[in-house]
Design a protein around this ligand. Sequence first.
Ligand code: SF4
Length: 297
Amino acid sequence: MGADTGQLGFDLGVDVRPLPRVTPARLASWESCPRRFRMAYIDRPAPARGGAWAHHTLGAVVHLALRALFDLPARARTPEAAEALLDRNWSAEGYRDSAQSARYRTAARGWLAAYTADHELHDPTAAPAGVERWVSETVGAGERRLVAEGRVDRIDTRGADAVVVDYKTGRHVPTDDDARDSRALALYAAATGAALHRPCRRVELHHVPTGHVAVWEHDDASMRAHLDAAHGLATAAADAGDALAAGGDPEALFPPRTSPACATCDVRRHCPEGRAAAPSPQPWAYLRDLPGAEGAA
Ligand code: SF4
């Protein structure tokens, strides 16, 4: 049996390999830094992670509130309900102090109230087809088939089609190019279409702080390109995992790949190259600035 890279090897006397099983997070981890991937998904016991980041906490809270909101009947999805759900799920982990946490809590309440009131961003009369729905489906064609899985923030139905909606809360306001280039969204769309037996080609990034929506409609070619790339990455990761299980050198098979992302890597304490490549910021350094305030500074 190979290492836990998402593939299992079976001794059947022939070289039979199950389809790669991928989540967008695993693929992104492998693609960005093989060492990080090994520490996160292969090494056991898993290395201790770093502490909480305020921008991650904020994103998680907004996702929790929106999940709870869209679990309500449509008529109960009011701005006041959204604010209450934000309060109920609030966490101050990673913030500098209670005053900074309170500022962002107030801001996030406003984001959610505005999002809920804007019926361009969701259908006030209909239940979504899925809210944080787990999908796991075989997608792709021929030898490049794979099992794509993950949790989709929201699945809307528009006419006969399903639409993948992904929430964003960060500093960067996503563009249509971001939606087009997102392998995660393409994998979710492919798996969602297969799970619901509906066409699913439209993917949307909803930036909750601004209400901006970035959109892409995949065609056969763009979807195939994403799935083929995912298959290639998953196969390479599985090959490295199998070589490691056979006694290979972990440093050679899973080299560090330094980048600005080393600053927030959750295993940087175990990685001298990453610590040298990027300074360690304060846990609240990546919060988006708030109007009229110094924000994360
Ligand atoms: S700190 Fe950088 S190089 Fe080290 S594991 Fe993390 S992402 Fe990779």
